[in-house]
Ligand binder design. Structure first.
Ligand code: PHE
Length: 446
């Protein structure tokens, strides 16, 4: 055991952790999911619900996951058992399997992004919507989709096989600043478009109170919050286990959650002006999983050379954001195998990667299957969030206490977090989970 602890890697600095965690959080969920879900109905009501869920529910979940990993100093598979006994092994198994499930289709979407990026760079953009649809059809089928899926996995695997410090931390440290610069420039550019104001209104101010009661909007907001913050499936348990003893978990969680939400909002401030400037509002309402890959190139296609440059920057940004997330998804099962079976890192990485590749083939070949995978995994995240807060709030509350350092965060914050973790999060997340589950089943049965 002791030898395992001494072998455990640690982030080189607080900044290293923050960038890795923000890297995990900021991804396709922000750039693709946020706009896609906000446009699926909900609009500003969705955004409001999302922000509320992040503040009220997700922050305590974030702290709880980090505390679980940091206290157990073990992988996500073993941490629940280590603190709570063998009864809690199903939670570890959930943490092991869910990231594998997500990564299996996440890398497919990364392949679409890479394809769109290279196409914009080398050949230009589609002339109109029908050409864009045709292009997306070719990107999301046949051998190119399998190539994109496999190359994205190989890239992810190469980074993870270099380790926590030399792989994940290093890559996120160099990629995140680039990501923020591109994002910032694109937000300013989108603000200069003629449809910018209309776009902002649709995204942020078109408030329909009825949407607050719409189960699909509630499900979208819950899913988006958990997915976007990488919560509920053990990512932050793994990342927390590489933290140093003296870390201030609430402060770190707040920092990461704020940056992630900021990026989600900025992504909306980029995509909505594009949709509305280039007359793509219709494609918003019949928004599908491929929306981003159809509407954005179509819109930018009518904006000449500048549009093309923006498309290259945008899809480059999407890919950078996605790779810093995919490494976190792979790290969880990999570190779990290393912990459980004493495999070395390389062996674990390639074993998991091959398995993920095979599991992802059905999603690669059919976007509906991908959508189903995404819906199921999103529900698992919410369920995982429920279990984590129940576990830390009720089963091992002392461990949570010991990880919230009162001298650093103050008595009030510490009390607030413990109260939320115990009394508010479990019932509220259970409510979100049940609504989401019913809404999903209703969709399937109708
Ligand atoms: N948070 C990432 C995103 O927004 C995806 C992700 C989900 C990563 C769950 C890890 C765990 O794209």
């Amino acid at each position: 055991m002791d030898s395992k602890i001494s072998q455990r890697e640690q982030w080189t600095s607080k900044l290293g952790f923050i960038l890795a965690a923000v890297g995990s959080a900021v991804g396709l969920g922000n750039l693709w999911g946020f706009a896609y879900r906000a446009s699926q109905g909900g609009g500003a009501a969705f955004v409001l619900l999302y922000v509320l869920i992040v503040l009220i529910v997700c922050l305590p979940v974030f702290v709880a996951e980090l505390a679980l990993g940091k206290n157990a100093m073990a992988s996500s598979l073993l941490a629940p058992v280590k603190l709570g006994g063998t009864n809690w092994s199903p939670l570890g198994v959930l943490f092991f399997l869910a990231p594998i499930g997500i990564l299996s289709y996440y890398s497919v979407i990364m392949g679409w992004a890479a394809d769109t990026f290279f196409h914009s760079l080398l050949f230009g953009l589609p002339k109109d919507l029908s050409e864009a649809k045709e292009f997306f059809g070719s990107v999301s089928s046949g051998s190119s989709v399998l190539l994109g899926h496999s190359l994205s996995l190989v890239l992810t695997a190469l980074i993870v096989s270099s380790g926590v410090k030399r792989g994940i931390e290093k890559i996120t440290k160099s990629f995140m600043p680039i990501l923020f610069i591109i994002l910032f420039m694109l937000t300013i550019w989108a603000g200069s478009l003629s449809g910018a104001w209309e776009g902002y209104q649709t995204f942020l101010f078109k408030f329909d109170f009825d949407q607050l009661k719409n189960p699909t909007t509630i499900r979208n907001a819950f899913s988006q919050a958990f997915f976007s913050l990488s919560l509920g499936i053990g990512i932050m348990v793994a990342y927390g286990s590489y933290l140093s003893k003296k870390s201030n978990l609430p402060k770190l969680s707040f920092g990461v959650a704020s940056l992630d939400t900021l990026v989600g909002l900025m992504a909306g401030l980029i995509t909505f002006p594009i949709f509305l400037t280039f007359g793509l509002s219709d494609s918003i309402s019949d928004s599908t999983i491929g929306a981003l890959f159809i509407s954005i190139p179509t819109g930018l296609g009518s904006a000449g050379i500048l549009g093309r440059i923006v498309a290259i920057a945008f899809f480059g940004l999407v890919y950078i954001a996605a790779i810093t997330s995919s490494v976190s998804l792979l790290e969880v099962p990999v570190s779990s195998l290393m912990d459980k079976f004493r495999f070395d890192r390389n062996k674990s990485v390639w074993l998991v990667a091959i398995f993920v590749f095979i599991l992802g083939i059905p999603s690669a070949l059919d976007t509906n299957t991908l959508g189903t995978f995404d819906s199921v995994c999103n529900i698992l995240l919410i369920f995982g969030g429920f279990l984590v807060t129940f576990f830390m709030g009720w089963v091992v509350p002392k461990k949570l206490d010991s990880e919230i350092d009162v001298s650093k965060v103050g008595v009030k914050t510490a009390r607030y977090l413990k109260f939320m973790t115990k009394w508010i999060c479990p019932p509220l997340i259970a409510f979100g989970f049940l609504i989401s589950l019913f809404d999903l089943l209703k969709g399937w049965l109708s």
